[in-house]
Design a protein around this ligand. Structure first.
Ligand code: ZN
Length: 298
């Protein structure tokens, strides 16, 4: 039996929001069985935001979650860190509109969570287990989800940029592989797109300390890349964060080609609609899940 997890001790992290440029402080608080990952804006009177399909509010350049007019942006790297380490229940208090970008990867979150320690709770984990393939597509981008014992991701990207080109990676995802192979991969962007981002009021906090930036031929960061395939690893990191919006760990093999946040969210919606293609592994708790988990009536 695999039990649910939370963190051992509370702690704080502080940093700058990638898009807002605002300084934000996060308070990580241990939580109990079956509470889920819950975000709370403490800078305003707001309802808590429970991480599940109903909280998805936007997917342009970042994963924004929200409820009743209150939202939190750029949640994907933090959600990936929690999912990657198998943390099911935690309260995350933030005093601003965006999760800080830290170094552009999940490394700072993962190190801090591991330092706090992982606490095992009494209740069993509740998985969304894929029983029949599910696919979503948008032009030449697609994702297919296959039945699989555990979680595996196969991801391929194809950029016309000479340094990126085609990159494919297939990995069994567990706390060890997530920590060693995925967590360090940073977000990346193209110098030629920056003017557009600024014009849209985005990437105000972006700099070479928190993103890999590419010009027409290579990386302009003085220290270069952390791995030659850091790009596809970061896309996997984003995917792990986005599927965490199911509100439950997934059991399946995700095969993704050139996908991004919007298509990841489409996959979650499709999966929830096609109820004959997956099961809750812990069926005895189905009643409870209808109260807390992904909407079963979607
Ligand atoms: Zn990312």
């Amino acid at each position: 039996m695999t039990q649910q997890k939370t963190i051992k001790r509370e702690f704080y992290l502080e940093g700058i929001g990638l898009h807002s440029g605002k300084r934000v402080r996060i308070h990580f608080v241990p939580s109990g069985d079956n509470r889920g990952v819950v975000f709370q804006r403490v800078d305003k009177r707001a309802l808590p935001i429970l991480t599940n399909i109903n909280a998805i509010s936007n997917a342009n350049f970042a994963t924004i979650i929200g409820t009743n007019g209150t939202s939190i942006s750029t949640t994907e790297h933090l959600l990936a860190s929690l999912a990657g380490l198998g943390i099911d229940n935690i309260l995350i208090e933030v005093d601003g509109p965006e999760i800080p970008i830290m170094d552009g990867s999940a490394r700072v979150f993962v190190e801090a969570l591991l330092k706090s320690g992982i606490e095992t709770l009494k209740s069993e984990k509740e998985y969304v287990k894929v029983s029949e393939p599910v696919s979503v597509r948008e032009k030449d981008r697609w994702i297919t989800l296959y039945p699989y014992e555990g979680l595996k991701i196969t991801f391929c990207i194809d950029y016309s940029h000479p340094l990126i080109g085609k990159q494919c990676l297939s990995l069994e995802i567990n706390p060890k592989t997530f920590t060693d192979e995925i967590a360090y991969a940073r977000t990346f962007g193209f110098k030629k797109d920056l003017a557009n981002f600024y014009a849209m009021g985005l990437a105000k906090g972006g700099n070479l300390e928190n993103a890999v930036v590419l010009d027409d031929t290579g990386v302009i960061n003085p220290d270069g890349l952390r791995a030659s395939d850091e790009f596809v690893r970061h896309k996997m990191l984003d995917l792990i964060g986005d599927i965490a919006l199911l509100g439950h760990p997934l059991q399946g093999h995700i095969v993704a080609y050139k996908s991004g946040h919007a298509l990841h969210h489409k996959l979650i919606y499709s999966l929830m609609k096609e109820k004959n293609r997956w099961v809750y592994r812990n069926a005895s708790e189905l009643l409870h899940l209808t109260q807390r988990g992904p909407s079963l009536t979607a």
